[in-house]
Design a binder for this molecule. Sequence first.
Ligand SMILES: Cc1cc2nc3c(=O)[nH]c(=O)nc-3n(C[C@H](O)[C@H](O)[C@H](O)COP(=O)(O)O)c2cc1C
Length: 306
Amino acid sequence: MDLGLDLCGLRLEHPILNGSGTFDAIAARRAFGDELDARLPFSLYVSKTITPEPRAGNPAPRLYETPAGMVNSIGLPNKGLAGFLDDDLPRLAALPVPLCVSVMAPSRDGFGVLVERVAGRVEVAALELNVSCPNVHSGLIVGERPAETLALLGSLRPLTDKPLIVKLTPNCADPAAVARAAEEGGADAVSLINTLRATALEPRTLAPWLGAGSGGLSGPAIRSLALDQVRRVAAEVSIPVVGMGGIESGADALAMLSVGASAVAVGTASFRDPLAAERVRSELAAALDLRGLSGLPVAGLVSTSS
Ligand SMILES: Cc1cc2nc3c(=O)[nH]c(=O)nc-3n(C[C@H](O)[C@H](O)[C@H](O)COP(=O)(O)O)c2cc1C
């Protein structure tokens, strides 16, 4: 079955991507060598979010396992822009699929530097804007406010013709309003959902388990919520939507596509099984075949109103 699609002008072999920060392709190269090229289960590789300056990340512990997912407070450890361009970009560019670089900065100017420098590299096919960071000027989380998101896109859109994908946060009153603002500002696509704000306690002391005090919930626990937010966002924008949140099977991917996602990202599932996304793709192909479909898109397969 041909699962190929066009996503913001990028020709992809199939609709399964990785969620930023959930599959370390550089570590996978160390573990699997050249076999990684043959087995990489994603059609577009999304890097872990990078920031202008290096970050050490949050204090340990950074992970807490829940009955149906996990809470993480990794805190975006990364080498910063210069370290990324020198060390990581050449290695990620060797992957056999297009590269999307996830970026985040605490100011519009900082975002501008990241977008200009990263988009200027031929190895980079697209950028994902992680807008979950507070704006240093307003103190507001950019991705929680449509006006902040619109203003950010207004300053970044003129800097590159490469696809800009805005990664939406679920931690706001109206993700669809933020998605509309991203579209109005010239975003080529939106992706959602990022993790949900969450807390875990050490059972004996009742002190926060995570070194950072709290973190973000991901995995199957958030799947229904993600499906709902993707459905609402896809109904309101005409740019492509990348759906994620608890995807573990072909049935989960089909559900995301049927509510309007153009592509689907696998995140937490890759920690348990680095080839989970390969299984998701083959199960999706089988599920489409069962329904007499020979490929994408599948939106509109069923009525999803109300
Ligand atoms: C350990 C971990 C690290 C993550 N790092 C990032 C990141 O650097 N940037 C980002 O935009 N999202 C990050 N995410 C969020 C995922 O990309 C994804 O949006 C979220 O986990 C929901 O999908 P899932 O339930 O399939 O994991 C991270 C998630 C996890 C679990």
